[in-house]
Design a protein around this ligand. Sequence first.
Ligand code: ATP
Ligand code: MG
Length: 338
Amino acid sequence: YDLRNEDLKDMQELGQGNGGSVKKVEHAPTGTIMAKKVVLIDAKPSVRKQILRELHIMHECNSRYIVSFYGAYLADPNICICMEYMNKGSLDGIYKKIGAIDIDIVGQVALAVLEGLTYLYDFHRIIHRDIKPSNMLCNSNGEIKICDFGVSGELINSIADTFVGTSTYMSPERIQGAQYTVKSDVWSLGISLIELALGRFPFAESESDDSDLSDLEGTLSPARPGSMGSIAALSLAPRQKPPKSATAKKDKRKSKGVSLQGGGMTMSILELLQHIVNESAPKLTPEGRFPKAAENFVDSCLLKDPDARKTPKELLNYPWIEQAKTSTIDVEAWANTF
Ligand code: ATP
Ligand code: MG
């Protein structure tokens, strides 16, 4: 596709995220329906061109577990990324609509995500870096695919500079400033699977006013390798430079009751991150509600020591995942019930 902004006709808003907004569009010359992600980039033209070059490798990412890429272009001051439209949306939207997801479907999600992560790493040496239910998409053919992986180092930097977000899917070692590895993605997968199976974010249990702790953008700087050695270095102060994209995000932030300066809320985020680092990992609970194999798998994803945690490829051989491979469950039928 030779993508031009004027050829893409807006159809429907699909959602707003940390980095921008996503719309369902039609590519008029070909009639192709796409999802167009618009990311505001506060960066020099040279950096923006570099980002576009880096995004190019997404053309080579071809897997049934990865959302396909149609192309990207600059539309000042934005970068537009066009990808396969997944008509059932993201798994967070799905569970918020239908409630906790059946554990056998969650098994299929685990299998798809592990296959996708293994493909990205083995073929392209790409680490996803943002595994969470909103980046797991489903369509009415029953396909489950991952999107929004970190292909472009420059894009990651630019978003981090304009918009400092932290996610509570982050592994303990990442919170403490260690480098990303494929094992950090495995931790995030474990948290996501519990969220899908329980129908709520696993850390939201004991706190009272934390309805959406899974998504705390604009509140804390993520620990950057080398810049912060421990959680104590996380700053509660708002960033000096107000993010340029603040207006775009304002509504979302407001709707969630999270503010940059907000005293109590911000503190509970810090407490949550400390909790992730210091306390034992969440589990698929209550005991006995889910198959043992599922419990064991999630426990393996959530080993706090990254050296003990397995890689996505190793986890593909776990009993629960082997069961998922031979399962006869009909994801397509399930996806057509909502
Ligand atoms: P964050 O920015 O914090 O990572 P997010 O993943 O929700 O959060 P976006 O990636 O901007 O933010 O996506 C916004 C929403 O758009 C998603 O939650 C999802 O529901 C929807 N969406 C994204 N990509 C697609 C796609 N290819 N097909 C269908 N819906 C999509
Ligand atoms: Mg996303």
